[in-house]
Ligand binder design. Structure first.
Ligand code: 3H9
Length: 699
């Protein structure tokens, strides 16, 4: 039974039981309405609302969005609860999120376990709180605090909620018992139903200018997103309209959001993230290995960041470097990074110390004898990697997993340098590794299912989104990036300035433009990698000649204060550099490229279509398990705007027929093999299928 009502002496208990997270499906909403009717009619003096399982209600049922809405709606449920004529107390454990928190706000009193938290994460789904949250929360805690909670979507813990006045009581122990005691206390005191809708927001708490400036900040913080601005409008309405009208205003903005492409995209990412760690081919009987201690080889920026990821999850790490000096530098950088987190208030001194203490330095491979999993993060050279892995093969215990953080190299070849290729896997972290959520788990030919299952489980344990990838040059993310980066170079040599290219992609919503990314990472990295390739492997010289010429001029990017842009040494502000424009023109002359003006539309299309076409190939070859995995890779590893759902979802939104037509046109215009439309894309269009249909067919 999804919802039950029970009378216990003078108290009524509404109990919700809809695993896994008590989402407010239609059945739950109906059940609550029925329970409210019973509660109103019986002889009880107060009503307690509790949930079974691991959490209070985690929100509306996200699966229902995009389908026809069924009554009773959540605002109707909340109005019914709020209108009860005896005190209603929400008893919260786990997380009361979204519609779940809004339901709690419709109760007259709120109590919670100290371990609980509350929040309105709708904005992360391209939505706004649509069941009275935008109207009730500002009445309860004031405009600024309510706006901050709703536009960031961040949860607050029970103590903060108590301080803000969101909760009336917190306790440890048995929640239902404590909540019932609290309810009896309220009855004894003669407490009345306390409806938030009757509270008023002081008129002077936020004026027109404050709203304008808040909107301006949001334009930067939530660039391109519609829901945050609508949240501000709803709160303005809460200040200017009677409650009922405010609710109607909120409802219509909410419905606009539900129907928006942005929300569809963010909901797609929500489910894709949760699906990504699942590997259908692995038998259910396969259990992940126990991982208690990690070894990391290479104390550089990457190795240090990986070490922090594990320490942050409470897992001890042995960080090994080939030199004492390298190790000291690496450990010092980790200390500095934790220091920054403390100074920003993200960690307490104590937490930072605890985490640092979990990382032990070593220069002797013997110290890795007992680790359960070791990750190599050394220089990107097959010779070096092979040496490291044969050494690991000698020192690591049987059953230890040997992982490489390589970005491009062949994991099969690395595995072959050990006597236990079944235990070798790629664990590709993204820089900065302690921040970026993506983890590509690269399955080589011999990698065992048990090792893949362990890597997926471990990735989740350290808060990453693990995505399975097959072996190929660059796996999923970097293989696609190559196509995208090529278009940036070609657009430049054909006539666009770096600033135009970057601003087109920023306006689309990318976290950074491709050329700014190059400057940040350092242009020497790609340069060095190219030096190791043959002319044939390097491909069309027009796709790297400008980058090479800049490096040869010492323009290595931000660290040299000069790359595609020049950088102010004090402020690091970037500006266009005429020297770069000269370099571009010179390279165009050298390769006989006739320069012309490129439209923003052309630049955007070429970059996105290059990603999409390669994405289809990757899917067809089985390098990625599903289109959603590719989207997760691009959103969490490459700054693709989540509100556009990732490149594959975006392709679907544009219509696969249109995408194919545009790629065919580029192929016709250029004759370049990389613009040959991907076979899978052609097949889907020919059979009038969507990417979802294809996944359905191929499991
Ligand atoms: C809303 O409330 C709108 C209202 O303002 C207005 C309405 C009119 N619905 O994350 P997990 C599934 S918008 C459906 O792995 P955890 C999830 O897909 C909503 N399903 O667990 C997964 O399924 P599966 C606002 C949901 O312990 C399973 O539950 N609320 C929902 O790591 C376990 O999830 C939110 O945005 C849902 N609402 O984290 C909260 N939530 O096993 C979204 C979860 O088949 N949820 N599922 O893959 C969360 O943030 C996390 O799930 C939570 C638990 C913190 C609750």
């Amino acid at each position: 039974m999804l919802v039950s009502f029970q009378q216990l002496d003078d108290l009524g208990v509404i109990r919700i039981d809809n695993p896994p997270v008590n989402a407010l499906s239609q059945g739950v909403r109906e059940g609550i309405c029925d329970a409210v009717k019973l509660a109103q009619g019986d002889g009880t003096k107060a009503i307690v609302v509790v949930c079974e399982g691991r959490t209070f209600i985690a929100g509306a049922d996200i699966n229902e969005f995009g389908k026809p809405m069924q009554e009773p709606t959540l605002p109707q449920v909340n109005t019914a609860l709020e209108s009860l004529t005896k005190p209603v107390i929400a008893a919260i454990h786990g997380t009361a999120l979204g519609g779940g928190f809004e339901l709690a706000l419709s109760c007259h009193y709120r109590c919670a376990l100290t371990s609980a938290s509350v929040g309105l994460p709708e904005v992360t789904l391209g939505l706004l709180p649509g069941a009275g949250g935008t109207q009730r929360l500002p009445r309860l805690i004031g405009v600024k605090a309510a706006l901050d909670m709703m536009t960031t979507g961040k949860k607050i813990n029970a103590t903060e909620a108590l301080d803000l006045g969101v909760l009336d009581r917190v306790f440890d122990g048995d929640l239902t018992r404590c909540a019932m005691e609290y309810a009896r206390e309220l009855i004894t005191e003669g407490a009345r139903p306390r409806q938030i809708r009757d509270l008023s927001i002081p008129n002077d708490s936020f004026d027109k200018d404050s709203f304008e400036s808040y909107r301006g900040q949001l334009n930067k913080r939530k660039r391109g997103q519609e829901a945050p601005q609508k949240i501000v409008s709803c709160v303005e309405a809460a200040m200017g309209m009677p409650f009922k009208e405010g609710l109607a205003f909120e409802r219509s903005r909410f419905m606009e959001c539900v129907k928006s492409e942005q929300s569809a995209a963010l909901r797609h990412i929500f489910f894709a993230e949760r699906q990504a760690p699942r590997v259908p081919g692995i038998d259910k009987s396969v259990t992940p290995r126990v991982v208690q201690r990690i070894g990391i080889i290479g104390a550089g920026t990457m190795g240090g960041g990986i070490a922090m990821s594990f320490a942050n999850a409470g897992i001890p790490v042995t960080l090994l470097d080939s030199s004492e000096e390298g190790l000291e530098k690496g450990i010092a950088l980790i200390g500095k990074n934790y220091g920054v987190s403390v100074s920003k208030g993200k960690l307490s001194e104590h937490q930072a110390m605890e985490r640092e203490a979990l990382i032990t330095g070593a220069v002797d491979y013997g110290k890795l004898a007992d680790v359960d999993l070791v990750i190599e993060a050394v220089f990107e050279s097959m010779d070096v990697k092979r040496q490291v892995f044969s050494r690991l093969d000698e020192v690591c215990k049987q059953g230890a997993i040997l992982a490489t953080n390589t970005s491009y190299l062949d994991v099969n070849e690395i595995a072959a340098s050990t006597s236990r290729p079944q235990d070798v896997v790629g664990l590709h972290f993204f820089s900065p590794a302690n921040v970026m959520r993506l983890l590509e788990v690269v399955k080589a030919e011999s990698t065992s299912d048990e090792v893949v299952a362990t890597a997926m489980a471990l990735g989740k344990r350290i808060g990453k989104v693990p995505v399975l990838a097959g072996v190929c040059y660059g796996f999923i993310g970097n293989r696609m990036l190559r196509q995208y980066a090529r278009e940036a170079q070609l657009c430049m040599i054909e006539g666009a300035e770096p600033a135009q290219i970057d601003s087109v992609l920023m306006n689309f919503g990318m976290a950074m433009g491709p050329l700014s990314v190059g400057d940040l990472a350092g242009l020497d990295i790609g340069y060095k990698a190219r030096q190791a390739l043959t002319e044939k492997q390097k491909g069309d010289p027009r796709s790297y000649c400008i980058a090479d010429a800049l490096v040869e001029l010492g323009r290595l990017g931000q660290k040299a204060e000069a790359g595609y842009y020049k950088y102010d040494p004090e402020t690091r502000a970037r500006s266009t550099d005429p020297v770069v424009l000269d370099v571009i023109r010179e390279q165009a002359r050298k390769y006989g490229v006739q320069r012309r003006a490129l439209s923003d539309e052309e630049i955007l299309n070429r970059h996105l279509l290059a990603l999409i076409n390669e994405g289809f190939r990757i899917l067809d070859e089985g390098i990625a398990q599903r289109a959603g995995d590719i989207d997760v890779v691009y959103v969490h590893g490459y700054g693709f705007p989540a509100y556009r759902g990732g490149p594959m979802f975006y392709a679907g939104q544009r219509g696969l027929v249109n995408v194919l037509k545009e790629i065919e046109r580029l192929y016709e215009d250029t004759g370049e093999p990389y613009w040959a439309p991907a076979t899978l894309l052609k097949k889907l269009v020919a059979e009038d299928l969507t990417l979802n249909d294809w996944i359905g067919v191929n499991g």
